[in-house]
Design a protein around this ligand. Structure first.
Ligand code: AMP
Length: 209
């Protein structure tokens, strides 16, 4: 299955992506994770991307398209993949259509109210060591999994959150119509328990391919 996960920052794309890849045999591709790793490793890509990411801006299309196309071309994507955080612009979606030999099966759009998204992003904490994500209210002290320090991601600071939501509305939301017109858009209400949202996701995926 070839799946795209669409949704505002904080809609729960990463969380649902983890559940989907463990239930279905697909490879998880998160352009955000690839870029964050590049920043951490101090590569040239990382240095280019970091300035955009900390401000909540999108990394330029030509950079991200190259990374995604290369990743999708690797052998572990032959049996399917889940794209999480890509495409984020119409130009990226068009490039993806061109790059794929086999078309996408479904685009899952995670729907959540903007106030809820702001609340979620504001209380998100990430482990500097292993990258696990937590809700601030649920943990005290260091990462329960690896003991690493829990921090607020630079792009989860209030100004960056505001900017990311604006960027989402302006540049990514048009993809909802893009994929609706292509006939492959499915919307999932992404509110309530993680497990309940995942049940809705599975119901949608049952009808696909
Ligand atoms: P994410 O973890 O998916 O929210 O991505 C974190 C940040 O990485 C975003 O705010 C962007 O700066 C950058 N990024 C990730 N994916 C893309 C993409 N498809 N296009 C442009 N920038 C991206």
């Amino acid at each position: 299955m070839r799946i795209v996960l669409l949704g505002a920052p904080g809609a729960g794309k990463g969380t649902q992506a983890e559940l989907i890849v463990s239930e279905y045999e697909v490879t998880h591709i998160s352009t955000g994770d690839i870029l964050r790793k590049a920043v951490k490793d101090g590569t040239e890509l990382g240095r280019t991307a970091e300035a955009y990411m900390t401000k909540g801006e999108l990394v330029p299309d030509e950079v991200v398209i190259g990374i995604a196309a290369e990743r999708i071309g690797l052998p572990d994507c032959v049996n399917g993949f889940l794209l999480d955080g890509f495409p984020r612009t119409v130009a990226q979606a068009e490039a993806l259509d061109k790059a794929l030999t086999n078309k996408l099966d479904v685009v899952l759009s995670l729907d959540v109210d903007e106030n809820e998204v702001i609340r979620r992003l504001g209380s998100r904490r990430v482990c500097q060591g292993c990258g696990r994500i937590y809700v601030a209210e649920d943990v005290t002290g260091d990462c329960p999994a690896c003991g690493g320090k829990l921090i607020i991601r630079a792009d989860d600071q209030p100004e960056a959150i505001k900017r990311r939501l604006q960027v989402y509305r302006d540049q990514t939301e048009p993809l909802v119509s893009y994929y609706r017109n292509a006939g492959i858009l499915k919307t999932v209400q992404a509110v309530g328990d993680i497990e309940d949202v995942f049940e809705r996701v599975k119901t949608v995926l049952k009808d696909v391919s």
